[in-house]
Every structure is written in C-alpha cells, then in structure tokens.
Design a protein around this ligand. Structure first.
Ligand code: SF4
Length: 378
C-alpha cells in the first residue's frame, strides 16, 4: 500500500469567521516555511517511503490557502520532493480569487492534476458575512477557468450558514453543479469554539439553523446530487463515478500518510503523530543549524485505535468491514461493538449485514449520535 503525502500551507490573507483550520496572515514567512518543509521532508520521508522509486500514491497540498503561495516557492517545493513520479492524484487547494488561466497552467506544469476550491456559497451577503474574500462572480469566473483547464476539480459548499434559506441553499448548490465538477463537498456548518462565528453565536448575534431546516437542506442536497449522477460516498463528499478523492479516501480507509508543515497530522499505519500548530516554533526547529522535528507522537490506547477505525470507516458509504474490525479489536471488544450495532440496526439507525456495518445515507446527519453509541470507552 503506497502512502500519501500531505503538505499544510498555513497562510491565509484573512481568517474566515467559521474556520478553525490552522492558518495565519504572515506572507513574509512563506519563503522560510518552504525551506522548513523541504528539511522536514528530508528528515521524515525515508520513514514512510524508504525506497523513493516506489513513489507516493497521492499528494495533497492543503491549508490555509495553498494558492496564495508564490509560484516560484511552489515550484521550489515540488522540485525538492522525491518520489512524486507515480502519483495517482496530485491535488492543490485554491481560493477563487487566485484561480487564473496562468495559475492553472503553472500548477498543471508542476504535476498537479486536480484542484479543490473553497466556494462555500453563491450568495454575496452570506460570503461577506462569514469573511470570505471572493464574491459569487469571482467564483463563477474561477469555475469557468477550471472547467476549461483540463484539470479535474472539486469545490466546497457550506449549508446552514447564518441567514441561509432553503431556497438560497438550492441556488448555491445548483449554481455549482451547473459547472459539472467531477467532485464536490457539502459541509454542514459547525460552530467551532475559538472562531469569530462561535463568539457571535455566544453573544446572540447569530442563530443556528434549526434542525428541521438543516434536515430539509440535507434532503435537497442528496436528491439533487443523486439526480445529477453523483455518488454520496462519504458524509460530506460526492463524486461522479470514478472520481472519488483518492487522497482523502486514504484517511477514511485507514491508509498511511505523511503530513508536513505546522498543524499537519501523519499516520504510519499503526501510530499517529502531528506537528503542533505553531509556525514560529516549526520554523525555528527546522531552520536551526542542527534541525529538529517538532513532532508529537500520539500514544493511542488499544481502544482508541479501534475507535479510530470505527469513526473513519463509518463516515463512508461502504461502512465498516467486520473482517477489518475483527483484525483490530479484541474478541471481547468486537462483541461489545456488534451488540451495540444490533440495537442501532433494530431501531433503523444502522444497516448491519454479515460483512459490514453501514450508516445509511438518510442517517448521515445523525452520525455523531450513532458513533457515540458504538465507540468503546478508552
Ligand atoms: S481561506 Fe480556508 S483555511 Fe483560510 S481562513 Fe478561510 S476557510 Fe480557513
């Protein structure tokens, strides 16, 4: 199983009100960040890919805003990565304001075959309310460029935004799907502690979309996606047949990946590790004359490893393979989980077959509740 490679670009021109990804407004540090990532790659890649001729399976440059990275730095970074000659998929994330024909041509020339773009909404008032820097006209222009670029592309939308009606959600969804992306993601807005939107919620300045509105938005989403031929293959992800995101699927399929950059996570196949989300510490550790890794290894108990498998696998439409579960869980743990799954299946929340446990599409919105019942105490 060839591993994936993820690189976290921790720079954004400004912070969106709902975002809890690690990103900063420090463009002056981009050059030093590039050098630090190159050093981190040299130190860690041999542990994940001992023989570079085998090659990484996928590359995903995410953030933050990778499209804000100047092209000479992106080009320097790509030139320093060994083992990217056999990539099944090479994705770079972009914001609509950065997508131009010149940029698309440049990233294609660097070996990327897929762009993932954050649009979130086609309503200008909603975009400005959550601090996005593009408007709907910019998003349409970027989608037009992408559609003519020959690159595969995906785009993100959010439903349940403050003030968003069912009609407005339908408008955004249809506006995106009219560009026929091969893949798209639709996220239910979550109010994450520490974000500006969460503070506004706490101060009573915005209200959360009601459960019934969210349920209607979700029903509209799944109907529209299915009518247009998309497969709902993961809670928030939809793809035309054959266009499922290969890199992101490795997270849900429990496959190994190396994550570089501050805030990036890695999974060796048996253990997880992460770089603290702290750019200054990351730069000083890796740019020192004797570079060190700022890495923190996450010690997981046996129960946590099983829970990891349950949580990641049940996000997908394929669900959790019982063979896989029995390989990771002890017989006693397996019995506890199966007995809980039988109860959930009896109440219609789960599908339980001889080979797998699956959350049906109609219940994806209830997945937090279902997972809480299934996971083991750790
Ligand atoms: S552009 Fe993306 S990563 Fe940056 S703040 Fe906005 S949502 Fe977060």
């Amino acid at each position: 199983m060839r591993p994936g490679l993820y690189i976290h670009v921790p720079f954004c021109a400004a912070k969106c009100a709902y975002c809890d990804f690690y990103s900063l407004r420090r463009p002056a540090d981009m050059e030093r960040w590039t050098e630090a990532v190159i050093t981190e790659y040299a130190l860690r890649a041999p542990h994940y890919l001992p023989d570079p001729s085998v090659g990484w399976n996928t590359l995903y440059i995410g953030g933050g805003t990778p499209s804000s990275l100047p092209l000479p730095l992106l080009s320097r970074l790509m030139a320093s990565l060994s083992g990217i000659h056999r990539l099944e998929e090479a994705t770079i994330e972009a914001n609509p304001e950065d997508v131009t024909p010149r940029w698309l041509e440049a990233v294609a020339g660097l070996g990327f075959n897929r762009v993932s773009m954050g649009i979130q909404s086609f309503d200008d008032a909603q975009l400005s309310d959550v601090g996005r820097r593009h408007d709907s006209a910019t998003a349409r222009r970027a989608l037009t460029y992408l559609a003519g670029s020959g690159l595969d592309f995906s785009a993100d939308l959010i439903y349940g935004l403050p003030g968003q009606s069912l009609e407005s959600w339908q408008h955004s969804l249809r506006a995106l799907l009219d560009f026929s992306p091969s893949h798209f993601s639709a996220y239910h807005l979550s109010y994450e502690p520490g974000t500006r939107l969460y503070a506004r919620l706490q101060a009573g300045k915005v209200t959360e979309a009601s459960d019934s509105l969210v349920a209607d938005m979700y029903a509209l989403l799944t109907d529209e996606a299915s009518r247009r031929g998309y497969l709902h293959y993961e809670i928030s992800n939809f793809a035309l047949p054959g266009h499922e995101a290969i890199h992101n699927s490795s997270y849900w399929d429990y496959r190994p990946y190396l994550g570089l950059g501050p805030g990036a996570h890695s999974f060796s196949g048996t253990a997880r590790a992460s770089n603290p989300p702290h750019l200054s510490r990351y730069l000083s550790a890796l740019l020192a004359s004797d570079p060190a890794l700022p890495l923190e290894v996450e010690e997981e108990s046996a129960a946590e490893l099983v829970n990891d498998l349950i949580i990641t696998a049940l996000r997908t439409s394929r669900g959790l393979s019982l063979t896989r579960l029995s390989a990771v869980a002890t017989p006693a743990q397996f019995d506890v989980i199966l007995s809980e799954a039988r109860k959930l299946a009896a109440s219609g929340l789960l599908l339980l077959t001889d080979t797998s446990i699956v959350i049906p599409e109609r219940n994806f919105l209830l997945s937090d509740h279902i997972l809480r019942s299934l996971i083991l105490e750790s």
